[in-house]
Structure formats: structure tokens, C-alpha cells
Design a protein around this ligand. Structure first.
Ligand code: C2O
Ligand code: CU
Length: 504
């Protein structure tokens, strides 16, 4: 530990908290670093218009030694195949549920994408039973224009089981490749590396632990696509955390890079934890995008805090570092004492080799996707993220005081309208708010202009206790039900989700 103040608290009873003060003792102990003895693996790439992904159990290499790990996968790999398509190239993805008995039905959501409600992979009404399949259509257009280059990801979204199903492995990446951008040439090919960062815990036999053994049960209605949440709260596990960080499914991998620029697409797909990512030699990280398109200007950052489902599109220049081994690591974030700060952990190692020619060109002003304007001054909807402690149904994570009910419409937005929404965190812990259907512009964070890395399009925001964030978007193309929820999967599974409908 470094000297400082650290909050500790019970994840399930956030009021139960305290502060640990570590005084400067001198000669601090360096945290132990792993030895990085397996190479990074980049998942297989799918580029076709018609993609079939079979959800099935497979034994995959996660830890460097010993047995492989049995996981639930898309198509036999963890992460599933990385889909790469250009904006405007309509894409059909068919998922087939061949998971083992006990897995139950699933739902696959393409996070960040703009698509019809029927293709949203919704949590209770679009379930794919074992033995069944479902086809999702992703036009990769927004309001008649091609979706800008983005870094989306697909993952399971079944209500009440999302944390479990993601922990078991139902996750993959989806890249919308950049349109031609005059004057810009970003690192590409083997120098464009998607990195899915996600933690797990393992048994001594290299198998995933099961934090969900006694979870609350889903109540199944008459039809297979009708289910409601049992409302049986007080689940034993409300924070799915692991002790081992995987990158593209491997613990502590290394990547050989040449002494030139790389584009790293960082995704935190952990169910619950945040990472504050930095490079061990203090090398700057140039953030060019959010995952939902490029920022208007590249931003130099020394660390990047990513909560669950958040992405950052960054450039790292390794020139001058030949022979060095640089660790991508997570360090505690110096933000308040909310008790939810990122953990200290090594993530992966970058081994820098010889120089190489580098055709990349990077102006400071980037061709960022258009942001909605003008923006209404009136707030159309306020969403309050809180905890309902007690009452006859036990405690639950709530939005506007209620746990999720898929039959209740909490807001209606008119198709074509631009709306301004406000989020407010009235609970004691940080949440990460995610909205389906549209990409949003961040207007205000605590009454002030958002930081420069939050000035592109976004779909997931950090919301600290007491914080108020305002965002705006135009509702285009699709009517129907969509979700807003906390992306800490245990909070989502335990009620912190709402339905809003886009209406004609
Ligand atoms: Cu990434 Cu509603 O989810
Ligand atoms: Cu939350």
C-alpha cells in the first residue's frame, strides 16, 4: 500500500464502512508482479455479413500452467471471435444456445450499437432457450449514415444471470472499422490490438470458482420468453470480483511490440471491478476515442479509469523503448474516498523490440462523429440510482426507487426528439450507468463541462456517490423498449435497471 486514506465498506451494505489510514513508513513494499509467461492471444476475427456463433462449453487456456479451464464460450474461444465490419455494412449474427444443462436461456446484447429493439438482446423478453437460436440484425447505421468507427462488444444479458453468464465467458468484441479519414492514418494490422480485460478467480485445478452457487432464482412464466424477477433479494453475492486479471482470456500475458506506435483498444469486461490503467514507465497514453467513435481531439493521459463495459481507444508510442519491458497495470484511482476505486494489479507486459517503419499519421484534431445540437435546456428525465434498504421485499438496487420490472415503462421518448437526461447517484457507492439504443453526448458533470476525454460519444458513465451527470441524444430509427442500467453486473442483476420506450 502507498501512504494515504482508503475507504473500506461492505459491497452489500454500503453504509457499513470505515477509513483505513496508511501513514508514510518509507521504503514502501512494491506489489509483487507476475512473471508474464504466456503470450497474448488475439481472438479469431470474423469479417462476414452472416456470422454464426455457437454458445457452448469449451476448455480454454487461461492460466499458463496446468489444466485448461472449462468456460461457456461463443464458438469455442474466450473471448469469442472479434467481429470486424465497416460502418453501413449490415451484419447478421445468429447465436445458437448449445450450453450445458443448467445454463438455461440466454440473451446476447451488442453493447454500444444502435439497432432495433427486437435485435437488442433484451434481458427478459428475448431469451434463447437451450437448443434454440436467434438472429440479430445490425445495420451499422445511425439515422441513415454509417456507424462511425467504434469498439463495441457483445455479451450475455439475461436478467438475474448476467453476472454469472459473463463470468463463465459469454463475451466477445465487435469493431466497426474506421471510415476513410483524410489526413489521419491510425496504426493498423498487427499494430491495432483489441484488449479485453476481465478478472476471474480459479480453483487449484484451474477451474472458475462459482460465486453464484446460492443466487436468487428466476421465476419462469408460461412462455419461455416470459420471465420475471423473483424479487427474492438479499443475494449472497453482490460483487462478482476475481483475483486474477485476464487479457483476451489469458492471465498476465506479454506482447512483443516494435518500437513504434500501436493502437490499443482497451475494454473492461469485468463484471464488477474498475481498473485505472497506466504504463509502468510513465509513458503517456494518447486517448483518441471512447469506444463509440473518436474524440474531437486526442488527449494525453497518464492513466485511464475504466469501469465495467467502458472502453478507451488509445495510441501508445513505444519508440525509444527498445529492450524495455513495460507493464500495463492498474493503480488505485485518486478519486474521492468512495470505496470503489480501482484495484492495484498488473495487467500485461509489453516487450519492446527493434524500431520499425511507421506510416501512421495523427493530427491533434480528429474527425469525430457529429454530436447532437442544439441541445434542449430542459431535462426530460432524471434517473436516480439508489439502494432500497429493507422494506417487505428486502433490499435492492433501484432506479428512481424501484427495482427492475420489465412490464413497467419508466419513461417514453418520442422518435426524432433530442432529449436531455440527468443521472443522480443517491447511494453510497459508485455506479456505471449504461443506456441502450443511442450514443450520447455528455453535457455536464457536476455542473461543469466534462473532462476532455468525455467530449465524444458515450454509452457508459461513471457516477460517483452524490454525482450528477447530464447527457443528450437524439432518438432515431427505432421505436420500442430499451434499457438503462448499472453495468456493475451484480447491481443490474439485483434490480438496478429500468425500461424506457421510444414511441412514434
Ligand atoms: Cu453492456 Cu445492457 O449492456
Ligand atoms: Cu451499480
Amino acid at each position: 500500500l502507498a501512504a494515504g486514506e482508503f475507504a473500506f465498506y461492505c459491497k452489500f451494505h454500503p453504509g457499513m464502512r470505515g477509513v483505513l489510514t496508511v501513514t508514510g513508513a518509507g521504503g514502501g513494499v512494491e506489489p509483487e508482479r507476475p512473471t508474464f509467461d504466456q503470450p497474448l492471444v488475439v481472438p479469431p476475427t470474423e469479417r462476414g455479413a452472416d456470422i454464426r456463433l455457437v454458445m457452448k462449453r469449451a476448455r480454454v487456456r487461461t492460466l499458463p500452467e496446468g489444466r485448461r479451464t472449462s468456460m461457456w464460450t461463443f464458438d469455442g474461444t474466450y473471448p469469442g471471435p472479434t467481429i470486424r465490419r465497416r460502418g453501413g455494412q449490415g451484419t447478421r449474427v445468429t447465436v445458437v444456445n448449445h450450453l450445458p444443462k443448467g445454463a438455461g436461456s440466454t440473451s446476447t446484447h451488442l453493447h454500444g450499437d444502435h439497432h432495433a429493439a427486437k435485435d437488442d438482446g433484451q434481458p427478459t423478453t428475448q431469451l434463447v432457450r437451450r437448443g434454440d437460436s436467434r438472429t440479430y440484425d445490425y445495420p451499422l447505421t445511425v439515422d441513415g449514415r454509417a456507424t462511425p468507427g467504434s469498439f463495441f462488444w457483445y455479451h450475455d444479458h439475461r436478467m438475474d444471470r448476467t453476472a454469472r453468464n459473463n463470468w463463465r465467458g459469454l463475451q466477445g468484441m465487435f469493431i466497426v472499422t474506421d471510415p476513410p479519414m483524410p489526413g489521419v492514418r491510425l496504426p493498423s494490422g498487427s499494430r491495432d490490438v483489441p484488449l479485453m480485460i476481465s478478472e476471474r478467480s480459479f480453483t487449484s485445478g484451474n477451474q472458475l470458482t462459482d460465486p453464484f452457487a446460492d443466487g436468487p432464482e428466476m421465476v419462469h412464466g408460461a412462455g419461455h420468453d416470459e420471465m420475471s424477477w423473483s424479487g427474492d433479494l438479499a443475494p449472497p453475492n453482490d460483487a462478482t470480483v476475481g483475483d486474477t486479471v485476464l487479457v483476451n482470456g489469458r492471465a498476465a500475458p506479454y506482447l512483443d511490440v516494435s518500437a513504434t506506435r500501436y493502437r490499443l483498444r482497451l475494454l473492461n469486461s469485468s463484471p464488477f471491478s474498475s481498473y485505472n490503467l497506466t504504463l509502468s514507465d510513465g509513458r503517456p497514453i494518447l486517448q483518441i476515442g471512447t469506444g463509440s467513435g473518436l474524440l474531437p481531439r486526442a488527449v494525453v493521459r497518464s492513466s485511464i479509469l475504466l469501469g465495467p463495459a467502458q472502453r478507451a481507444d488509445v495510441i501508445v508510442d513505444f519508440s525509444g523503448a527498445t529492450g524495455k519491458r513495460i507493464v500495463l497495470e492498474s493503480v488505485p484511482a485518486a478519486i474521492g474516498s468512495t470505496g470503489d476505486d480501482a484495484r492495484q494489479t498488473a495487467v500485461m507486459e509489453l516487450r519492446v523490440g527493434a524500431r520499425a517503419s511507421d506510416p501512421s499519421r495523427l493530427p491533434s484534431r480528429l474527425p469525430s462523429p457529429g454530436l447532437v445540437s442544439p441541445v434542449p435546456t430542459e431535462v426530460a428525465k432524471t434517473w436516480t440510482f439508489g439502494l432500497d434498504d429493507g422494506g417487505d421485499h428486502g433490499s435492492a438496487w433501484t432506479i428512481n426507487g424501484d427495482p427492475f420490472d420489465p412490464t413497467r415503462v419508466d419513461h417514453r421518448a418520442r422518435l426524432g426528439a433530442v432529449e436531455r437526461w440527468r443521472f443522480r447517484n443517491t447511494s453510497d457507492v459508485t455506479h456505471y450507468v449504461h443506456i441502450h439504443a443511442e450514443q450520447w453526448r455528455t453535457l455536464l458533470r457536476d455542473g461543469k463541462a466534462p473532462p476532455p476525454w468525455e467530449r465524444g460519444l458515450e454509452d457508459t458513465w461513471r457516477l460517483e456517490p452524490g454525482e450528477v451527470v447530464e447527457v443528450a441524444a437524439r432518438f432515431t430509427d427505432y421505436t420500442g423498449p430499451f434499457m438503462i442500467h448499472c453495468h456493475m453486473l451484480d447491481h443490474e442483476d439485483h434490480g438496478m435497471m429500468s425500461r424506457f420506450d421510444v414511441v412514434p
